[in-house]
Design a binder for this molecule. Structure first.
Ligand code: GLN
Length: 504
């Protein structure tokens, strides 16, 4: 089988476009054709912008032919979780309340992607307002895991992870409030990075829990994620929490075969519990840690003793902030407006009709946690535990440079299996949430497959603003394994080309 244009990783494609071996318009068309062929089953896309994508791609080709200035992602096809505002292109957040919403401006990350020359193919499915772990809370459609279409692609960025695994885009952005980039990446066998809080602008990103939300890249490889991170990260005066720390660059061009001598990898006992972790996940993550040792890293046991409280703490803080953030959807300014005779019923009906079950549940939980007489017992207490969780990490990072854990306690679960039991669904994020509460960067990358052939993710957590360490360890691991180039057999064409083959 020969390679199709949709077989090139983001970095390989960038380089092929640079060398003028391929045209952006042919690449965009190849992706649009593949979306037409496979998305009726996978259902990752909520909106496909064929016309916009082809027009942008031909502009890039003309610029290149004329020797004009080109950005670092010139001609690379990207799709976006439908939480990012895109000027003139419908943005729903997978909610009825925004079903027909067309934003008047772009999110900062979208502006940066456009300036870098990325070609935006369309908008991807997600859990409504990013609340969920399976993408089953979308108001519109059920995205399938390309590795097994009876299973979830994870969530809330499940459209993004499914689109990558099915090769329906070369790269994508997600958001991660409690694991929504890393968990779907793990469940679909792709790479996802949640950057440090403040690293990437949240301007124009529909807010869920503002103190935890972070935008991050997802790609086929660590280098692909690094290439996207480099473009989207950095100070933005429009986001008061954005940091002006210098952004690490060059990681997408890391030479093949790096060693990890001198790197200390912490392994927290709390992330390998006796029960609640499937045997295959335990085995493959343990093997991956062995691989890091073989690459020269020193493995050190560490402890994060407040981990058992993370899920409870998260569900107080995240719901409290969500209840406040979602107050703006009132049927008056934008979004769904119900027919009503007076103002109060306008509010009640618009919200009643516009929000789905899980969103309503979160608004009620959050409003309760913040209500007079309960604030100290819930929100105040959660804040104190958050401090202890942060401190756990500070102490652990005195003894190590990076922490390695499973991303998810299990591989992709079956669609419908957890929808009736919110607690079971909330536990899907048991290993990803602490990182958000502590504001740290976290990377998930493929580290093997279970007995059913479903992907398993290795999570690497770093010190604040040390995404470089995650890229370094991630690239070294990836270069010595082949999990990241495997694809769902039924969807495969010619085999993934990363551009690293020739050198390794
Ligand atoms: N699954 C978690 C939740 O439902 C995290 C979601 C996210 O990171 N956006 O809240």
């Amino acid at each position: 089988m020969s390679n199709a244009l949709t077989d090139y990783s983001l970095c390989a494609l960038r380089d092929a476009l640079d060398r003028r071996e391929v045209l952006a318009v042919d690449v965009a068309q190849a992706y649009l054709d593949r979306v037409s062929a496979h998305d009726p089953v996978i259902r990752a896309y909520l909106t496909v912008d064929a016309e916009g994508a082809l027009q942008r791609a031909s502009e890039i080709d003309s610029n290149r032919a004329a020797g004009g200035p080109l950005g670092p992602l010139a001609g690379v096809p990207i799709a976006l979780k439908d939480i990012f505002l895109t000027k003139g292109l419908r943005t729903t957040c997978a909610s009825r309340i925004l079903e027909h919403f067309v934003p008047p401006y772009d999110a900062t990350v979208v502006t940066r992607l456009r300036e870098a020359g990325a070609v935006i193919l369309g908008k991807l499915n997600m859990d409504e307002f990013a609340m969920g772990s399976s993408t089953e809370n979308s108001a519109f459609q059920q995205t399938k895991n390309p590795w097994d279409t009876t299973r979830t692609p994870g969530g809330s960025s499940g459209g993004s992870s499914a689109a990558l695994a099915a090769q329906l885009c070369a790269g994508t952005l997600g958001t991660d409030t409690g694991g929504s980039i890393r968990q779907p990446a793990a469940l679909c066998g792709v790479v996802g990075l949640k950057p440090t809080y403040g690293r990437v602008s949240r301007f124009g990103v529909i807010a869920f829990a503002s103190s935890l939300d972070q935008v991050g890249p997802m790609g086929w490889t660590v280098r692909d994620a690094a290439a996207l991170h480099e473009v989207i990260a950095g100070f933005d005066p429009q986001d008061s929490t954005s940091s002006d720390r210098p952004v690490p660059t060059g990681h997408s061009r890391t030479p093949v075969g790096g060693r990890l001598d001198g790197v200390r990898v912490g392994v927290p006992t709390e992330y390998f519990p006796e029960t609640g972790l499937t045997p295959d996940v335990r085995l493959k993550v343990t093997e991956a840690i062995g691989k890091l040792r073989a690459l020269g890293a020193e493995i050190v046991p560490v402890s994060l003793p407040h981990s058992p409280y993370a899920v409870a703490t998260y569900y107080v803080i995240a719901t409290a902030e969500a209840s406040s953030n979602l107050a703006r959807f009132d049927g008056v300014r934008y979004g769904h407006r119900a027919k009503a005779d007076d103002l109060l019923s306008l509010y009640l009906r618009s919200r009643g009709e516009g929000f789905g079950m899980e969103v309503k549940r979160r608004i009620m939980l959050g409003t309760f946690a913040l209500s007079a007489g309960y604030y100290d017992a819930y929100y105040g207490k959660a804040g104190q535990i958050q401090t202890l969780i942060r401190r756990d990490f500070e102490q652990a990072f005195e003894r190590c440079d990076v922490i390695a854990t499973p991303t998810s306690p299990s591989t992709a679960f079956r669609l419908g299996e957890r929808t009736e039991d919110p607690m079971q669904m909330y536990l899907a994020d048991i290993f990803t949430i602490s990182c958000n509460l502590a504001g740290l960067p976290g990377l998930s990358l493929p580290c093997g497959f279970d007995a059913d052939g479903l992907p398993i993710g290795l999570q690497l957590l770093g010190r604040a603003f040390d995404e470089s360490m995650l890229f370094r360890v991630g690239c070294a691991f990836e270069d010595s394994t082949d999990h990241h180039v495997r694809r769902p057999p039924s969807l495969q064409t010619g085999g993934v080309v990363t551009g690293q083959e020739a050198q390794s």
